[in-house]
Each structure stands twice: as C-alpha cells, then as structure tokens.
Design a protein around this ligand. Sequence first.
Ligand code: ZN
Length: 321
Amino acid sequence: MPVTQAAREPRLGREDMRRRTIRKLNYAGRCWWCGAPASSAEHKYKKSDLVRDFGRGPYTGQSTLNWNDLTSGAQRPVQGPNSGRVKFGKSMCARCNNERSRPFDLAYAQFSDFIGANQPELLRRPIIALADVYGPEWPSRRDLLLRYYTKHVCCRLADEGFEVPADAIAFLNGGPPPTCMAFDFTVFGEWVVITEAMVERDGHFGFVGMSELWTSQSARTRVVEALEGSLFYRWLHFHWLYDPSLRGFEDPFASGTLAPAIKYAGSGPEEADQLGVVIRAFSELETETGCDADQITNDPALRARLEQLVLSRTGRGLPNP
Ligand SMILES: [Zn+2]
C-alpha cells in the first residue's frame, strides 16, 4: 500500500498542514505585521551601527562607502545611513516600525553598543554575558533583543516575497518564541584578524552585510521547505533558519551568555593569521610608497616586495588571489 502524507502524519489536520507550509505572498503595500498601509522601510542594518562605524554621512570624498553585491560583484555607492540600499522595501506601517518595535530596537542598540565599546576584549574572547550588557534586567531585555532579530527575519521574508509566519507575529505581540525558527551566532575567524589589522591601521573598521537567501526545496514537488540567511555586524554573524517542521525555538541566549563558535572560511587560524600579515604588509608599503593597494598589486616590483615582506614574516608567500 502506498504511504501517503496523511498516513505518515495522521494527527495533522488541514489547518496544521497549512501552517507548516512556506508560502509565497505579496503583501501589496500592506504592513506584514498589522495589515495597515505600509509606508515605512526597516533598516537592514541598524542605523546606529552604520553611524558608529561610518559616521553620519554623507559618505562622499574621503568617506565613500561602497555596497558590494557578493553574487554579481557589482559595487554601488551608499550615500548615507538612510540610503535605500541599507533598507528593506516599504513593508511596514510607521506605527509598527517605530512605536511598536522601539523596545526591540533599543535592546539591540544596547547590545551592539556593548560590542562597539568592548571590541578589543571580545576579539580575544568572544563571549558576551547578557548581565554585562543589560544588568539585572537581562532576561526581559533578552526577549526584546530576540524580537529585534525576529523582526529582521520577518522584514526579510516579506521583502523576498514570502509569508511571515503567524508564530513570529505572535512572538512580536508578546507571545512565546516562534517554534519554526532557529537562531545561531558565529564569529568568523578571518574577520577577527581583518578587524584587528584594520583597526591598527585606521583606528577603526566597520562592516555590515547580509547573506543571500538560501532556499531548501523539495526535489519532487519544488515546494519551499526551509529558508535561511545571515546578518553580519563586523565579525559577529547572526544566522537564522525558518523551517516549519522545527519543533522548538533555538535560542542562542538561553543561558544568558552568548558563546558563539569561531569558524574559519579558510583552512583555519594559521591561514587567518597569514591574512593579517598580508594586510599589515600592504599598509606598510602604502605608507612607504604612497601607493594604494591596487597600485601595489599591479606593479611587478612592488608586488615582489610585498611577497618578500610576507615571506620573511611567515615563511610562506602570498596566498593565491
Ligand atoms: Zn503595522
């Protein structure tokens, strides 16, 4: 006898099945949270993070800021912290994006201010105790911080043309965390090294970014079964998964201490250290010769000198471009 969907999951009614499906939805100018006309665009990256790292703008002349599309390689200027490039499309009403979510925004701002103020220590030991960030109020602030990240995910889903799950909206309204989502944080080892080297060179270093949206689809039915994505602030990467078959919210702050795993895109810490040496060798040559990084790379004599500098410090040459 063929095994049918109903036979495998006899307890699921039609309503349950509907709730477990990720559906495409065009909100057509309506707020995904309350349904009022959507007149407001949420920042993809918190405005206070942009101001902390890049200033109040306009980002012109010496303080040009570029937006890089990692998929296409396209590069576009960002005019200031309110540029459309750093925001989602208009998918919320002003009341939801301002008043209703202000406590979430404030909890996040406090969290990222803490990262900004304690970066040197955090780069050595990336462990954040919420009591250090929020004091004795941390359990309630933790919930608000999770709602900030949930709101980000909801905006992303609406922006990509997917329905925001009812569980997530219930959480924003004060209910329990969405069981269909999992949140996780990692520290990218290469970015720790890049940040340290750039701070040493320029006194500061900023980076914000978002991954592309990853979609898991059933090979047979093409139904979207899970979506995931990442939001990067400097070296701290927030990763979210939305999968209706999950049976409980994964909370990275559950213990009150965020202790993200350190991951390397390359082969490991040794390769990351090599990257730091390369960045420092570049800045040394830039100071010495007045040439910028592109000129050094394109000039055979300067490139040979760069190679020599790196080799003398690590015993290894430049990594392949
Ligand atoms: Zn609204």
